[in-house]
Design a protein around this ligand. Sequence first.
Ligand code: PLP
Length: 392
Amino acid sequence: MSADRAPVYLDNAATTRVAPEVREAMAPHLDAQYGNPATLYTLGDRAARAVERAREQVCALVHAQAPEEVAFTSGGTESDNWALVGSVLRADKRHIVTSAVEHHAVLETCAYLQARGLAQVTVLPVDGAGLVDPQAVRDALREDTALVSIMHANNEIGTVQPIRALAEAAHERGVPLHIDAVQTVGKAPVDMQELGADMLSLSAHKFHGPKGVGALVVRAGTRLDPYLHGGGQEQGRRAGTLNVPGIVGLGAAAALATPEVLAHEDARLRALVDRLWQGIEARIPQVTRNGHPEQCLPGLLSVCVAGAEGEALLLYLSQRHDVCVSSGSACTTGSLDPSHVLLAIGRSTELAHGSLRFSLSRYTTDEEIDRVLDALPAEVERVRAMSPTWKG
Ligand code: PLP
């Protein structure tokens, strides 16, 4: 590993680097413009104006009907929690429909609500590409269904759900649809009107904004209780002094993701991912690609490498080559759990343990893809050589 080379960062589904333009926009609000937007004097008013500008920028990015539909939160996790908890408490209906491939922010919240007797949850299966069937949503709906919550794009395998059809299925019975769009907003075009979503979660740090800030966009008329109680911020919907620098950063990141940039990046990233996949397939035997080949995020490649532990590959790639990727296993409480997403699309436990996720960004270069292709085959061989199960 050469000390003068920058790391190859291909873990942009986990987080992204803050864009220089975003840092610049935030800087005054970490310095002289430190006012509390809830106050009336000039310093506070300037902060309030900056927040409202960001609200407009986020509204434009996701095509909400009006800026007032955007409520700022601490990120995707809070937005997901709020959508679920706020819906069941407000609607006085207790049933939630979701899918087996959701982020933990949704699945764990559902499990919590169910364990406390506050909700009953139907978890829909997905097909081998990770897609939810709109007919399965139709069949799952009940008189007491408060909400359907399905993610826009999956964070592990990149599959993009048929949201429009899922929304139609939910709306036939008057049930609102929440979409976790944390992996699509700022990376792919997202139009709430076209999609038919009633609520949408987004998170700034996934598209070159700062960490710890996001939004829940709530279509006017959607029944939702507040989640955080206290001061009357965000029109009484979400209490707490606003994170002004973060919100300004979120707005600036949203403004950078213009339709032109997204269209250009879509083509460029798909070409890079194709090259990465073709290179892997040509150099390494027994690898499988996960996710839908077309209905997918532009910059994400998920693979399963038979006979190789994903965590080991990740560590070798990092230590020997300064390449940052992620594996599908979550190392929690000392045990290596295989990814629930990979199991849901039918991968065996063993294969799921051999998963790697490469997620690219607008800063990813051709040269970085070459470095991964140079490094990976030997590391796979090394890990396979140590595996008691690999028979080659
Ligand atoms: N939902 C999805 C699909 C995600 O990928 C993530 C983050 O990985 C989250 C929610 C949580 O977002 P945050 O990190 O802003 O809490």
